[in-house]
Ligand binder design. Sequence first.
Ligand SMILES: [Zn+2]
Length: 60
Amino acid sequence: MTPKTPIEVTAQPLATAGQPQLLVISCPHCGATHRHLTAGERHAPCGAKYTVVAPREEQP
Ligand SMILES: [Zn+2]
């Protein structure tokens, strides 16, 4: 039985000159680092499917 809820991975915030990005340091599928622009349910380049969880939201 495959659970419908994707794996949750906590991302590290990456401050860039432009749009802030989220770094998934260790992909649960391939172990590599993937970059995402937003949190939520994402598909990794390796084909993994997981939910990116941001460690915190920066409030202006
Ligand atoms: Zn991966």
